[in-house]
Write a protein that binds this ligand. Structure first.
Ligand SMILES: [Zn+2]
Length: 100
């Protein structure tokens, strides 16, 4: 689940710059999970659902379980963006290669 490709298909960029690189994304997924929980709570207030504490906990757990694959993917993407930089010259070269 949520496998990251080894290399970019276009520019051959190595997405795994060291072993267990994406383990660090669990810190990001914690933050994203908190954001999802807060969003679920605020949505329950906006739609005026009369949920008690147990109902709110339930709706948060359900939304976290349902969104788990997306939270993992988004977290890995955010984590990779901290370390992998966009290089305009390589991007330009790649787009030139694909035109020919
Ligand atoms: Zn690329």
């Amino acid at each position: 689940m949520n496998k990251v490709k080894d290399r970019c298909e276009k520019c051959n960029l190595n997405f795994h710059i060291e072993p267990s690189f994406y383990t660090g994304s669990m810190y990001i997924s914690y933050a994203v999970g908190v954001a999802v929980a807060v969003t679920a709570y605020v949505l329950s207030l906006i739609f005026n659902m009369q949920l008690g504490p147990t109902g709110i906990l339930g709706i948060i757990i359900i939304s976290l379980v349902v969104l788990m694959p997306y939270i993992g993917a988004v977290s890995k993407s955010i984590w990779a963006h901290f370390f992998l930089k966009y290089n305009p010259e390589i991007a330009k070269k790649v787009s030139n290669d694909s035109r020919t």
